[in-house]
Design a protein around this ligand. Sequence first.
Ligand code: PHB
Length: 389
Amino acid sequence: MLSRIVTAAALAATASVAASGALAQDTIKIGVVQSLTGQLTAVGKQVMGGVRLYQQQHGSTVAGKKIELIVKDDTTVPDVSKRLAQELIVNDKVNILTTGITPATFAIAPLATQAKVPAVIMVSGTSSATERSPYMVRTSFTLGQQSGIIGEWAAKNGSKKVVIVQSDWAPGAEATSVFTDAFTKAGGQIAETLKVPLANPDFSPFLQRARDANPDTLFVFIPAGQAGLFVKQFIDRGLDKAGIKLIGPGDVTDDDDLPNMGDGIIGTVTAGHYSAYHPSAANKAYVEAFKKLNGMRPNFISLGGYDGMHVIYEALKKTNGNADGDALLAAMKGMKWESPRGPIAIDPDTRDIIQNVYVRKVEKRDGELYNVEFATFEAVKDPIKAAKK
Ligand code: PHB
């Protein structure tokens, strides 16, 4: 009796090993490295909200393969991002990576190239991120896409003298340079460019200096997660009452913080690729489902995660489940679809995102603050890459 039980148990064990062996071959592993804690936790929270929603809606099987997400927290430290990506490639043998903010994306790029593993950039807004590796594809945005458009809009709509307040790292430098170029070419003047540290910023002294320069407009780039504090200090320092207009790429009226900013922010005009108020059926469904799953309003960062998963799923469908890096990359290039933000595409030449940029004004709708879109620039490419051609 005992020996029969032992034999049965041994057989069962052998069967389960065989099954897990088969399973391993049929599993596509995606290594997700994001800022889940640390300085830019707000970014990680939104991007993961998009990733999780996509999986909830589309399941965990694609082209007959099981999709396994391996999520790692890089604590917003690029050296950690690099180590985690290395471990994911060597130990977990991931087929695909996804990356977050700019310094993390830069740190991971050489590893993606070496391992020939496609890496989907879900957050970084710095132009050169896609040039760091031929295996990188971006589903987020670039700061240049938005900053040139708001520069021209401001010059045409009464802004003459601008002070720039910029978070002091790569995407901020790009926002400043593209804005400055567009605004000065259209006849505007930059009085001063003030650079604020990324870590634990106190905007008050910079806002005082900005006010002292007596501009009619403040152009601001700060990353997601810092908009609430920035706008509070802008209003506390009385810049709105002094009649100084606030403009920028969409980060400063981030949908995550916007509901709690207070009515002082009403009327602020920004250029951005996403508003939770974007009037499409796809977006209404997205906002509702996102809130239900994640308990917060989706912001512009969340789309990089949601659409990043779309690129991965659709590429796997096209390759019939073949996870070879070059095959997946070929499938991703030129992909076009309707995102909750509007129509988007992956540029087949640059692997960068092409998307609409909307000019929006903060207004109250149904008792809540929203970025209400009033002008659309269609199929905008990253201007920094376009200028290099
Ligand atoms: C970036 O990592 O480039 C980044 C992050 C958050 C933003 C904008 C840019 O709001």
